[in-house]
Write a protein that binds this ligand. Structure first.
Ligand SMILES: [Zn+2]
Length: 201
């Protein structure tokens, strides 16, 4: 599997806890969905910064009971290797699922995140979801960006609203339009308030 991910560095300020969405990640659900979670598979993951610059190249090789992960940091130009143990866990509804063992805390996790030279879990990386460290207007702005993108348009709120994609039901499209309008109006009210404060109107 070759995949490309955008790491949104703009969402992270150096003084704050790392934001998970800004980190390269390994997620067993994604590997499973792509039919890669069996011995002998190999995945090639590429992560980019928000500006589109290459950031990490991660090669995942699936062994019997572990992932062998090779990754390089394009800023440092160094290559690293990490073995991440796979643990089989019984599901409530029957069967087994695989989880990743965080080598720092020993807990079983669905996903690990690359910070520094190691993939570790969210708790060990002391990271948070983007939505946990932003206030409602920022979350609404991001929601509007995502809806526009999902409909095949530009993320920009200044761009014309995207047309209904082929194959999408009108009711789904109109729900998306409503949701986006509400989100944009909360963001716009917030912006107006900020400008008024600044101008002391
Ligand atoms: Zn951990």
């Amino acid at each position: 599997m070759t995949n490309s991910h955008l790491l949104d560095d703009e969402r992270q300020r150096p003084s704050e806890k790392p934001v998970m969405e800004s980190l390269a990640s390994l997620d067993v659900r994604i590997l499973m969905r792509n039919g890669l979670l069996h011995c002998g598979s190999e995945a090639d993951l590429r992560f980019r910064t928000a500006a589109g610059e290459p950031r990490h190249h991660v090669v995942v090789m699936v062994a019997e009971d572990a992932l062998i992960v090779l990754f390089d940091d394009t800023l440092e130009g160094r290559r690293h290797r990490q073995k991440i143990l796979l643990v089989a866990v019984k599901c409530h509804y029957g069967g087994n699922k695989s989880l990743l063992l965080c080598s720092s805390c020993g807990h079983r996790r669905v996903a690990l995140y690359l910070l520094g030279m190691r993939f570790r879990c969210r708790i060990c990386n002391n990271s948070r979801y983007w939505s946990q460290c932003h206030r409602e207007p920022d979350r609404k702005r991001e929601k509007a960006h995502q809806i526009r993108e999902r409909l095949g348009g530009s993320r920009s709120l200044m761009a014309p609203f995207p047309d209904k994609p082929k194959g999408m039901h009108w009711s789904t499209y109109l729900d998306a339009v409503d949701e986006c309008e509400q989100a944009e109006s909360i963001w716009t009210r917030h912006l107006t308030g900020r400008f008024r404060k600044r101008l002391r109107v």
